[in-house]
Design a protein around this ligand. Sequence first.
Ligand code: KG4
Ligand code: ZN
Length: 337
Amino acid sequence: MNILGIESSCDETAAAVVQDGRIVKSNIVATSLDEHKLYGGVVPEIASRRHAESISGVVKEALQQADCTIDDIDAIAVTFAPGLIGALLVGVNFAKGLAVSANKPLVPVHHLRSHIASNYLTSDLKPPFLCLIASGGHSHIVAVNSYTDYKIIGKTRDDAAGEALDKAGRTMGLPYPGGISIDKISRDGNADAYSFPHPRVDGAPYDFSFSGLKTSVINIVHNAAQKGEEINIPDLAASFQKNVVGCLISNLEKVSENFGYNKIVLAGGVSANSLLRCESELLCKKHGWDLYLPQLKYCGDNAAMVASQGYYEFTAGIKAENNLNAYATMPIDIVKF
Ligand code: KG4
Ligand code: ZN
């Protein structure tokens, strides 16, 4: 079964063809990142305009590279939530038009579910498992009971891990996205140079809070500027990264031990982080747990993961009518469309 996936939830316009949820026949990604870099973050209006300009070309290229025509496609899967509403609407409306004109089923896909599915493109992973999803908009620890059944065990109370890295990177004067810049520059830094508080959420031992860590970085940078002191940016970046990764890993360990998981999976843009990948390997080695990491090319937003999850949603009977809407927010466990 060939699924055409379409993704436009943030600044990547992407289309892909995936066979039976696992075999990637094409994976095309166009990004407007360079334009957003000028503003230090994603500008929603620019993202929507670039999606509208590039979507038809990106879908055409995905079909061509897969050596397909629309007739060879069994269903069209599209990211419909969560994300930037104007950006999502471009993908959803394009997918609706294509589904009607080609008389194909339309499958709505939740963005975080598709991030988890990036692992199905990398290995023979099958649910059940425990997944840490860390992206620019979300940080969740999720029990994945089946391909379409999820339970949130922990989540962030404020900033997502990627958001905290991006904002801290901006405070340090590093290029957007800060997560990638901090990962790179931290290799030259001393991760013990600065200490940060370890944030805890009262009464919710598996939840995260990253806003305090981010504020600590802002205070360190402002205090140094007031005193005319130089800051060693690689040291600050490495220390901050160590703390963010430490929070993610320590909650993941608590959940896995307390709920008895032995299959651990990472997903989302932050799963590309070299320290997080390394620390999760050490954690799983220590406990004898199996670890699944998505290939780096599937960590960020792409449509192959949408087509993969779309396959599992479609074979479970999930199908949208032509009045499908897009939603800026939507929990991963209770999907409504
Ligand atoms: O999943 P994603 O591509 O988009 C969302 O759904 O949000 O995640 C983007 C986030 C950004 O915050 C970015 O800084 C972060 O992933 N990111 C990284 C790395 N690569 C991307 N954070 C840390 N280290 C990286 N290597
Ligand atoms: Zn994403």
